[in-house]
Design a protein around this ligand. Structure first.
Ligand code: KIV
Length: 273
């Protein structure tokens, strides 16, 4: 008897086939619970290394480790059934050589059972993307603003604001697509550039602060829920959950302090002595 699930998850080739078709809906998640909610509405769940900022309070994604990504990737896989789960390769786990990238990506796939990895960089990572893709590892690229390079970039500024600076970003997009990535995140680039890249490459572009013309969009879940203290300026908030969570915690603390906290008798039907 087969022990394989009858539920079919979306795959990297499914997402690749959406170029120019129905927009791809993608959000981040790092936990089983939020993953089960995101899974109902999204095609792709990204276990982003933004977990370093959101979960751990780091200023940048640089300190995030492979172990952190694997732990949360596994949790997201347990919480979801339908979406393609993509796990970010953290800073330092892939840049030194294509062999290092292969070993790190294999650990991610084997230990989380996710369907693909994402890594940052265009022309400079093309050889690595080809090496992984040819060896059975679906790769999502990430170009434009690449937050893992914050220490050389100096700031999280949008890229390609002037037309004169578009050429290297366009070259990155082409290199990632030619190397065999199944899709590419385009982060914080001027709208006309995001549009131009989308029109010129054969794989789906997934925008974050890029252009509505991209083949899909991604946001950090906590940013769009209004839970992040400093979300990027381009983020539209679809909820304001912060005040609701604070009100619930405040209500609980007040009940405990004033001894109004309900005992279990209301559940078990016991009489108060
Ligand atoms: O880490 C992340 O959440 C990301 C998205 C911002 C695309 O890479």
């Amino acid at each position: 008897m087969s022990v394989q699930s009858t539920i079919r998850r979306k795959t990297a080739p499914d997402i690749r086939a959406r170029k120019g078709g129905d927009p791809i809906v993608m959000l981040t998640s790092y936990h089983a619970h939020t993953a089960s909610l995101v899974d109902r509405y999204c095609d792709v769940i990204l276990v982003g290394d933004s977990l370093g900022n959101v979960m751990h309070g780091f200023e940048t994604t640089v300190p995030v480790t492979l172990e952190m990504m694997i732990l949360q990737g596994h949790a997201v896989m347990r919480g979801s059934q339908h979406a393609l789960v993509v796990v970010d390769m953290p800073f330092g786990s892939y840049e030194a050589s294509k062999e290092l990238a292969f070993h790190s990506a294999v650990r991610i796939l084997k230990e989380t059972h996710c369907g693909a990895v994402k890594l940052e960089g265009g022309v400079r990572m093309a050889e690595t993307i080809a090496f992984l893709s040819e060896r059975g590892i679906p790769v999502m690229g990430h170009i434009g603003l690449t937050p893992q390079s914050i220490n050389t970039l100096g700031s999280f500024r949008a890229q390609g604001r002037e037309e004169g600076s578009w050429a290297p970003i366009e070259a990155d997009a082409k290199a990632v697509a030619d190397a065999g990535a199944f899709s590419v995140v385009v982060e914080a680039v001027a709208e006309p550039l995001g549009r131009k890249i989308t029109e010129s490459i054969a794989i789906p572009t997934i925008g974050i602060g890029a252009s509505a013309a991209c083949d899909g969009q991604v946001l950090v879940l906590e940013d769009m829920l209004g839970l992040s203290p400093k979300p990027p300026k381009f983020v539209k908030r679809y909820g304001e959950l912060g005040p609701g969570i604070e009100a619930a915690i405040k209500g609980y603390a007040e009940e405990v302090r004033s001894r109004a906290f309900p005992g279990p008798e209301h559940v078990y039907g016991m009489k108060k002595s």
